[in-house]
Design a protein around this ligand. Structure first.
Ligand code: PDD
Length: 282
């Protein structure tokens, strides 16, 4: 790994240290973003920055940087790390203060950023898809905030792995919300459906791009509530995220989704996304 960024400095990860009184460590009091980099360029930068701004506003932390300063810091971070394609992780916590639940009077937010190699979806996964399981959504009711408090998501993801699956699809009040770390789409009678944005799911940047691409290419799609039986009877299912892009779900609760192979619409959208990225790179 190249250098990470902490407290105003680029430094090796081994030397990056935070106080044990940091409220991110003690309370999970902070937010984060994951931004893909293709060909050395920040992908959907404005959208990620806007979501960061929204998350910060929701938890009442002042954004430490303006758009230009973010761009410059992130561009430096990319240069400090190897590879044309990277996955940038950044988190902002409320800062360090004696432990007490209420907001401290005066703290400086802690900003940490690192970069990891970005590989996208493997050819193997595109060929076979993944297995997913459904689970009752145990998270709080402000899932639109990209909070670093991910304990419920961690438990949901682990539940999937314990069942021999890769992702947990979460259900709240009989309706599908999203995956443990992804948004969800299905195809029903030829129409692409994804749950509408609400406080029960993260407004995924990849989700919005997939909807945009589907519309551009004249594919029938809309935002709609998806109940458990629609999920079970779906012709195709896939999940999206910035790091994994579009991942076909071919097994649900140990049963094949339709014929158990990645669907034609899933693969078509995957191709459109690859094309879009290719144009972005050039
Ligand atoms: N997670 N929903 C949840 C709960 C997520 O954690 C993520 C992504 C998404 C997809 O959002 P986007 O398309 O903007 O990446 C939806 C990131 C990748 C993570 O936590 O590592």
């Amino acid at each position: 790994m190249g250098n990470v960024y902490l407290e105003g400095q680029f430094q090796p990860i081994e030397s990056a240290k935070i106080s044990v009184l940091d409220r991110g460590f003690l309370f999970g009091d902070g937010v984060y973003e994951v931004i893909p980099v293709y060909g050395g360029q920040l992908f959907r930068f404005n959208e990620h920055l806007q979501r960061l701004e929204n998350s910060l506003a929701e938890i009442r932390i002042t954004n430490p940087h303006n758009h230009k300063a973010w761009y410059s810091l992130l561009t430096q971070l990319i240069a400090e790390n190897e590879g044309e394609d990277q996955s940038i992780y950044l988190q902002i916590t409320r800062g360090t203060a004696p432990r007490d639940h209420h907001f401290p009077d005066q703290t400086t937010p802690t900003l940490f950023m690192m970069s990891n190699p970005l590989t996208g979806t493997s050819a193997e996964i595109l060929k076979t898809g993944i297995a997913a399981v459904t689970e009752i959504d145990s998270r709080w009711s402000r899932c639109n905030i990209k909070s670093i408090n991910l304990l419920a998501n961690v438990l949901h993801r682990q539940h999937a792995l314990d069942q021999g699956a890769k992702e947990s699809i979460l259900i709240r009040d009989s309706l599908v919300t999203e995956g443990a770390a992804s948004n969800l789409f299905i195809v029903q009678h030829g129409t692409i459906l994804t749950p509408p944005k609400s406080n029960y799911l993260l407004p995924g940047v990849t989700r919005d791009l997939v909807l945009e691409l589907a519309q551009q290419h004249g594919m029938a799609c809309r935002e709609a509530e998806i109940n458990e039986s629609s999920l079970q009877q779906a012709d195709e299912i896939w999940v999206t995220s910035s790091t994994k892009e579009i991942v076909p779900v071919t097994t649900l609760n140990q049963q094949p989704v339709a014929d158990g192979k990645p669907g034609a619409i899933t693969l078509q959208l995957h191709r459109h996304l690859q094309q879009f990225k290719q144009q972005f790179r050039s």
